[in-house]
Write a protein that binds this ligand. Structure first.
Ligand SMILES: Cc1cc2nc3c(=O)[nH]c(=O)nc-3n(C[C@H](O)[C@H](O)[C@H](O)COP(=O)(O)O)c2cc1C
Length: 330
């Protein structure tokens, strides 16, 4: 069960052309170690944008992904917010899905068996409205087997503290980290909210509480208005902004956090192309996640992976680690 701690997850062969086969000897090494989670490459899917994996299996060879991160899971099933739940914005989208999901038990029974047939790492994204809920969801997934790591969404309201997001306060973020760490022996990735004044302070706090890695960013809270009707586009009034519009903000935050913590940083936010992903690696991310791009092109992750390999070859880098955190000064 603890395969993730001992060996690298194996990726499917992704040689595509004759040229690739001839250059096989100098194929760059893409494997990365994320706090004990060993991935065959640094490209993962962002939670909530890739369903439970099976929805994308007709388009993507799941075995080629560094990891599949599934839609956020809660203790009980959730219907999410009433529609409309999506709104397009210039260079991005707003979503107010409201963390709709089938609940952790149904995930283990109905969705996890499909994913276990692949060699790629499965990362379960979890959330709760109380510390107890986070703990129970973590316990159920750990006991299930077949999950390589937990990614903890802290951009959710703490019901007991009047609805302030867990991720908006260093102490609350540390409390969630501690409770989840106590409930599992899997690597724990804390997913940080960008809706804070100082994201580095939150990152340092979860690191001190035992996080094995951090991922950032989750969506930025936004809204949009239909001026003719003078009504919001989303039933929920506000939603989470994602896509290319958030990339510069995400990149800046990843760069800041990577310079402040020792644990691995996973970068995401608006990654649409291989170059976008490379920017995150250069500023210090050890791996990346692809989110909204999956809606635009279901094969985006595959193209990003191919582009990354091409870049390493072109720049004669034999290992992805030679690129990570190598940002220079002008
Ligand atoms: C429709 C949708 C659903 C999402 N659901 C989740 C979720 O369940 N848990 C979570 O941690 N993040 C969720 N996110 C946030 C994404 O994982 C990601 O952090 C964010 O969209 C920024 O990356 P992107 O610009 O590449 O999409 C969701 C995003 C979208 C667009």
């Amino acid at each position: 069960m603890m395969q993730s701690h001992h060996s690298y997850f194996i990726c499917g062969n992704f040689m595509t052309s004759g040229e690739d086969k001839r250059t096989q000897a100098i194929e760059p090494r893409l494997a990365v170690d994320i706090g004990g989670l060993r991935l065959c490459n640094p490209v993962m899917t962002a939670s909530g944008t890739f369903g439970y994996g099976e929805e994308y299996a007709p388009f993507v060879d799941l075995n080629r992904l560094g990891a599949v991160i599934v839609k956020g899971l809660s203790l009980e099933p959730r219907a999410g917010n009433p529609p409309p739940r999506l709104a397009e914005t210039p260079c991005g989208m707003l979503n107010a899905i409201g963390l709709q999901n089938i609940g952790v038990r149904a995930f283990v029974e109905q969705k996890l068996p499909f994913l276990k047939d692949f060699t790629t790492a499965v990362i379960a994204n979890i959330f709760g409205e109380t510390l107890d809920e986070y703990e129970k969801v973590a316990e159920i997934l750990t006991a299930a087997g077949g999950v390589a790591a937990l990614e903890v969404n802290i951009s959710c309201p703490n019901v007991k503290k009047g609805g302030i997001a867990f991720g908006a306060d260093p102490e609350m973020a540390a409390e969630v980290t501690g409770r989840v760490k106590q409930s599992t022996n899997l690597p724990v990735i804390m997913k940080l909210s960008p809706n804070v004044t100082d994201i580095s302070a939150i990152a340092e706090s979860v690191e001190a509480a035992g996080a094995d890695a951090v991922s950032l960013i989750n969506t930025l809270t936004g809204m949009s208005v239909d001026v003719e009707r003078r009504k919001p586009h989303l039933y929920n009034m506000t939603g989470g902004l994602s896509g290319p519009a958030v990339k510069p903000v995400a990149l800046r935050m990843v760069w800041q956090v990577a310079s402040r913590v020792q644990i691995p940083v996973i970068g995401l936010g608006g990654i649409m192309t291989a170059n976008d992903a490379l920017e995150f690696l250069i500023v210090g991310a050890k791996a990346v996640q692809v989110g909204t791009a999956n809606f635009v092109d279901p094969r985006a992750t595959m193209k990003i992976l191919d582009g990354m390999t091409h870049y390493l070859r072109k720049h004669k880098l034999s290992d992805i680690s030679e690129l990570i955190g190598t940002l220079g000064r002008l």
